[in-house]
Design a protein around this ligand. Structure first.
Ligand SMILES: [Zn+2]
Length: 422
């Protein structure tokens, strides 16, 4: 080791930005954790990568559930330490974390309290603050989350009894960035006696709620993000809004891209339950196509760690952090995503959302392999398939919907601010 390696980490290989693929040596300054320079490919780098490896700007997951809060009530499912381990395992370098906790972060004090718990994570965590019928904006600049309907978590602080109460809250949060869980509570209430989960939460509930979210964004928030889009008609509404200049982005989850209702059986029904639920094959194929062509902005896992016991008792959601990196190789090999598309949907687009909430020490933030950006990288080996098993998972809940699935590629390294964590 030369002296140089004490102050920098150098990686040579094939780099992928959203606009190009290039061979280079990335030089990360250890002290700042930022990319100092992009030099010529050299076999003298600390890490030298050949043929099948692709160096991506670090994957950012804009939607995870870490479960830990000051009450500790749900830390048996996941905590910030295991959330961070699962992220590293899946090639994710930074997570944004939702606050549907027993004690939700809704003001400066509860937000700071939860933030101190999040320091246990090996990857940096940005917390969402929750909006409820009687909450008010924080003094500091944060990302907000607003649930249009009741989903996981029973807390009434963040449950809106009516559309009017949501609109009243939107007036108080004018100009803030909010992410919306779009399902209409009134339609869910009308369908509550249906037999199957997917019929209790039908597509029209999401479509109607998307209309309302776009209305709120146009009239109050100014901009925003729609979480886990899953239906064709909802996507059409988002595309139309984008076309008339509304500042709206949207996420899609790995489960809505990989599974659909035709794959639900009596045996797997509990494991395939989430909100919004799985949709039709047509919806799924539309989501894949929209993600590839840029209509959907980003993949966000909605990582929802519930134990196997919780799932059998009816908890909604699936864990997806451990497997995000391998999952992207399925998109590349089975659905004609170019490497640049993966850079766009796993890094550039989520970074565009996240960067404004980062401290100044993060330089230009995430999203590109370029001097001045964060020195966090996701290195995918397209030549090394991986079969997902329980034993390789780091999430505390200990299972994956992909168990037994072989993905065509795997995560070779996860580098977080110049530290090789995997
Ligand atoms: Zn969620």
């Amino acid at each position: 080791m030369s002296n140089k390696t004490l102050t920098t980490l150098t990686i040579s290989g094939t780099c992928v930005n959203l606009d190009r693929i290039f061979k280079a040596m990335v030089v990360i300054e250890i002290e700042t954790g930022l990319i100092r320079d992009i030099g010529s490919w050299s076999h003298h780098a600390d890490i030298v990568l050949y043929n099948d490896c692709l160096i991506f700007p670090g994957f950012v997951d804009a939607h995870t559930h870490g479960r830990e809060d000051a009450t500790g009530k749900e830390s048996y499912k996941e905590d910030f330490q295991t959330l961070g381990e699962a992220a590293v395992n899946g090639g994710v370098v930074h997570v944004a974390e939702m606050g549907n906790n027993s004690k939700p972060p809704v003001d400066d004090e509860s937000y700071a309290e939860k933030e101190s718990l999040a320091r246990k994570s090996r990857v940096p965590v940005t917390l969402y603050a929750m909006i409820g019928p009687s909450t008010n904006p924080l003094k500091r600049k944060v990302a907000y989350k607003l649930c249009h309907a009741r989903t996981t978590g029973k807390n009434d602080i963040i449950f809106f009894p009516s559309r009017q109460s949501i609109e009243d809250a939107a007036k108080r949060y004018r100009g803030r960035h909010a992410s919306h869980h779009c399902e209409d509570q009134e339609i869910l209430a009308l369908c509550k006696d249906e037999r199957f989960h997917e019929d209790k939460r039908p597509a029209k509930a999401e479509e109607s709620s998307i209309d309302f979210a776009i209305y709120l964004i146009e009239n109050y928030f100014g901009r925003g993000k729609l979480c886990h889009c899953s239906v064709l008609n909802g996507l059409n509404k988002i595309m139309a809004a984008k076309e008339r200049g509304v500042q709206v982005t949207c996420e899609v989850t790995p489960h809505h891209l990989y599974f659909d209702q035709s794959m639900i059986t009596d045996q797997n029904r509990h494991w395939m339950q989430m909100n919004p639920p799985l949709r039709s094959l047509v919806d799924r194929m539309t989501c894949i196509e929209a993600l590839r062509n840029g209509g959907i902005d980003m993949i966000a896992t909605d990582h929802a760690p519930h134990t196997e016991k919780d799932k059998l008792e009816g908890a909604s959601g699936q864990p997806h952090l451990d497997t995000l990196g391998p999952f992207t190789t399925w998109l590349m090999s089975k659905h004609q995503f170019r490497a640049q598309d993966i850079a766009r949907v796993c890094s550039f687009a989520p970074a565009k959302f996240l960067n404004e909430f980062l401290p100044e020490s993060y330089g230009n933030g995430y999203g590109r392999i370029e001097a001045g950006y964060v020195g966090s990288l996701t290195i995918i080996d397209m030549g090394k398939p991986v079969t997902i098993t329980k034993s390789m998972l780091k999430t505390k809940c200990g299972w994956s919907p992909f168990e037994g699935v072989t993905f065509p590629g795997s995560v070779r390294h996860t580098i977080v601010k110049g530290q090789v964590l995997k």
